[in-house]
Design a protein around this ligand. Structure first.
Ligand SMILES: [Zn+2]
Length: 597
C-alpha cells in the first residue's frame, strides 16, 4: 500500500519539475540584436484553454397550473412533446415551490430569476399598495412614458413592465453578460407571464388582451408578430369546437366534473363550442374567454413561437438566444373544471401534440442537441371542495369576506375606526394606515383580531409579519413557506394559512362563485410541479431528490457560463453532462435515479 505522504511528495516533485521546465522554456528570450545573430529559439507559448460551448438556444416552457402529478398520471396518453421530454430528458419527480404564494406572477418570476419571492419581490399577482392605498398588479407601471401597444390595430389599455421585479431575469443576464447578440423573445396569454419571463427589457414580450396580441412600449414591436396577428388572429378560431381527442374510455373521472363552473356559453360536458354567448354571430368577450380556455390558444402561442424561430433565426446567430412560452390555458381550464376533469386531460393531450410540433420545428431549424429546453409550471391546483368532500375529507371554502367582517367587528370593540382592514388579498391581510403599528402595542386588541380570524371556518393558523422577517430558521414548514414569500412593504400585515383542501374564496357574501377552484397556498397540491430538462448538456433520467423550479435559471446559467446575482436556487448538476464524460455519465446518473421508462 502506498502511503498518502509518499503520493503527495511524488506529485509535488513532478509538479516542481514541470514548473521548472516551463519556467526555463518561457524565460529564454533574447534581445532583438542578439536574436538577429543567433538562430531563432522556439518559445513555448501556453495555449489558451477552450471555454465550454454554450447552447445555441435556451427554450423555457411554463404550463400555468400544471400539477406535478399530471405527468405521472397522464404520461400514457401522450405521444408528442410531453412524452419526449420525459423519455429523452431529465425528469425531476419531486419538484415543488418551497414558498406559500403559489400564484402565477410569483411562479414565473421565480423560474425566470432563480430566486424566491422574498428576493425577487413579485409576491402575488396583485397586492395592496400601501402608498397609493389601492390594489396594483405585479406588472402595472405608473410611469406616464410607458404604454401598452397593440398589434393589428389594437389599442390596449394600461402600461405593463417588469419594473417591480427586484432581480434581473436569467434572459437579461444572458444578454448582458455575453459578448454575443442574445435575442430574448417571450409569448403568453398573460402579461405577468410574458413580462416576468423576459425581464425589464427584451426583443419581444407578447401577451393577449381583449382579443389581440399586445406588448409594452419598453419592449417594442416585431414585424413578424404584426404579420401573424393579421394573418392568423385569435378570432379566426370563432365557430370551431373543442371536442375530445381520444376515445371516451381513455379519460379518467366523471364526464361532468363535480363543482365545476364552466365559462359562459359552455356546458359541463364536451363538446365545447367557441361561439361566445349562444347565438352571437361574431366574436364577443365570452368567445375570447372560451378561446383562452381551449387548446386553440396553446396552438396559437406555439405558432407564434415557430414564427419567431423562423423570422429571427433564433439559435443561428453568434450568441445564445432565449425563447419562452407561457402556456396559460391549462390554468383557465383548471379554474373552471378542476384537476379531476376530462377537460384537463384533453388539453394536455393537445398541448403534447403542440410541443411535439415545436420540438420537430426546433430540430429542423436549430438542430437536435443544439438547444436546451426546460418545462415547468408556476403552481398546481386544489380539487374543487365539492369533489374533495366526496372522499369524506375535511374540505371547504374559506370565505375571506366573512373573515374580514369578523376582524372588523373584533377591532370595533376596541374603538378602532372602521374600516380597520384595508384589504384582504388571498392570504395577505392589510390594515388601514397606522392600525397594525397600534395593534403591535395593544396586546388585547391584537389577540382579539387573531382570535376572530381563527374562528372563521377553514383557518388553520394566522402568522404576523414580524414572524416572517429575515427568513427565520424554523421547524415549521408553513411558517418557512410564508417567510420565503415575504417581501417587506409589499406583503400583508397578517397571513392566513387555510386547512388543507380549504380553498381561499373571495366571492362577495350572497354571490355565486365564478370559478370551480384555485391555488395559492403552501400545500403540496399547489407547490408540486413538473421540472423537466432536455437537450443540450442534459443527462436523461429520473431524479427523485427534492428540487425547486428556482433551480432552472441557475442550471441554464451554468450551461451558458454566466452568473446570476441573487439566486436562491441551485444548479441541477446531477442532470448535467460533465465535459468528456458523455460515455460514462448515464451510468453515474442512474446511481441516483433510474433508467428511462
Ligand atoms: Zn390560476
Amino acid at each position: 500500500m502506498v502511503s498518502n505522504s509518499f503520493l503527495w511528495k511524488r506529485t509535488l516533485s513532478r509538479r516542481a519539475t514541470m514548473a521548472a521546465a516551463f519556467f526555463l522554456a518561457g524565460a529564454i528570450s533574447l534581445p532583438p540584436r542578439m536574436a538577429a545573430q543567433a538562430p531563432p529559439l522556439r518559445v513555448a507559448v501556453p495555449k489558451a484553454a477552450k471555454a465550454p460551448a454554450p447552447p445555441k438556444l435556451v427554450v423555457l416552457l411554463v404550463v400555468d397550473q400544471m400539477r406535478g402529478d399530471y405527468v405521472d398520471k397522464f404520461l400514457g396518453q401522450w405521444t408528442g412533446g410531453l412524452k419526449r421530454l420525459v423519455e429523452e430528458g431529465a425528469w425531476f419527480r419531486d419538484a415543488a415551490y418551497p414558498y406559500a404564494a403559489t400564484e402565477t406572477c410569483v411562479g414565473h418570476a421565480t423560474i425566470s430569476t432563480g430566486a424566491f419571492p422574498a428576493t425577487h419581490g413579485m409576491v402575488a399577482n396583485a397586492w395592496w399598495d400601501r402608498k397609493d392605498q389601492k390594489m396594483v398588479t405585479c406588472t402595472a407601471d405608473p410611469d406616464p412614458k410607458v404604454k401598452n401597444v397593440g398589434y393589428a390595430g389594437a389599442t390596449p389599455q394600461g402600461a405593463d413592465t417588469a419594473w417591480r421585479m427586484a432581480v434581473p431575469s436569467f434572459a437579461e443576464e444572458l444578454k448582458f453578460q455575453t459578448s454575443g447578440a442574445t435575442r430574448v423573445v417571450t409569448f403568453s396569454l398573460k402579461a405577468r407571464v410574458a413580462i416576468t419571463m423576459a425581464g425589464h427589457k427584451a426583443d419581444a414580450a407578447t401577451w393577449f388582451d381583449g382579443g389581440a396580441w399586445v406588448t409594452s412600449s419598453v419592449y417594442g414591436t416585431q414585424p413578424f408578430i404584426e404579420e401573424q396577428a393579421k394573418s392568423h388572429p385569435p378570432k379566426a378560431d370563432f365557430g370551431k369546437t373543442w371536442a375530445l381527442s381520444l376515445p371516451g374510455k381513455a379519460y379518467w373521472y366523471d364526464e361532468k366534473a363535480l363543482g365545476a363552473v364552466p365559462p359562459a356559453g359552455w356546458e359541463l360536458t364536451f363538446p365545447h363550442p367557441l361561439r361566445g354567448k349562444s347565438g352571437a354571430g361574431e366574436p364577443d368577450p365570452d368567445f375570447y374567454t372560451q378561446w383562452a380556455s381551449s387548446p386553440y390558444a396553446d396552438t396559437a402561442l406555439t405558432e407564434l413561437a415557430e414564427k419567431a424561430i423562423d423570422s429571427l433565426n433564433l439559435g443561428k446567430a453568434a450568441g445564445t438566444d432565449f425563447l419562452a412560452i407561457g402556456y396559460s390555458s391549462v390554468d383557465y381550464v383548471g379554474h373552471a373544471f378542476g384537476p379531476r376533469s376530462h377537460e384537463i386531460q384533453d388539453i394536455l393531450v393537445r398541448l403534447d401534440r403542440d410541443l411535439g410540433n415545436l420540438f420537430a420545428h426546433l430540430d429542423s431549424k436549430v438542430g437536435r442537441g443544439n438547444y436546451v429546453v426546460a418545462l415547468s409550471a408556476d403552481h398546481g391546483v386544489v380539487p374543487t371542495p365539492e369533489d374533495m368532500q366526496t372522499t369524506g375529507a375535511d374540505a371547504g371554502l374559506l370565505r375571506l369576506p366573512e373573515l374580514r367582517e369578523r376582524m372588523e367587528k373584533a377591532l370595533a370593540a376596541f374603538k378602532y375606526p372602521k374600516p380597520a382592514v384595508a384589504s384582504v388579498s388571498g392570504s395577505d391581510i392589510y390594515f388601514a394606515p397606522g392600525v397594525y403599528d397600534k395593534l403591535q402595542h395593544d396586546h388585547a386588541a391584537m389577540q382579539a383580531v387573531l382570535n376572530a380570524a381563527l374562528d372563521q371556518p377553514g383557518v388553520a393558523a394566522v402568522y404576523r409579519a414580524e414572524e416572517l422577517q429575515n427568513r427565520p430558521a424554523t421547524q415549521s414548514p408553513t411558517l418557512r413557506a410564508f417567510a420565503y414569500s415575504y417581501f417587506a412593504g409589499r406583503s400583508g400585515d397578517l397571513f392566513i394559512l387555510p386547512k388543507p383542501y380549504w380553498f381561499l374564496d373571495s366571492t362577495p357574501v350572497g354571490k355565486q362563485r365564478s370559478y370551480g377552484t384555485g391555488h395559492g397556498v403552501p400545500y403540496n397540491y399547489d407547490q408540486h410541479v413538473p421540472v423537466l430538462l432536455m437537450g443540450f448538456g442534459i443527462l436523461p433520467g429520473q431524479y427523485f431528490h427534492p428540487v425547486t423550479p428556482a433551480d432552472i435559471a441557475p442550471t441554464f446559467a451554468a450551461l451558458c457560463g454566466i452568473t446570476l446575482s441573487s439566486r436562491d436556487g441551485h444548479i441541477l448538476s446531477e442532470a448535467l453532462k460533465k465535459p468528456g464524460a458523455e460515455r460514462t455519465a448515464p451510468q453515474a446518473a442512474n446511481a441516483r435515479g433510474t433508467a428511462n421508462p
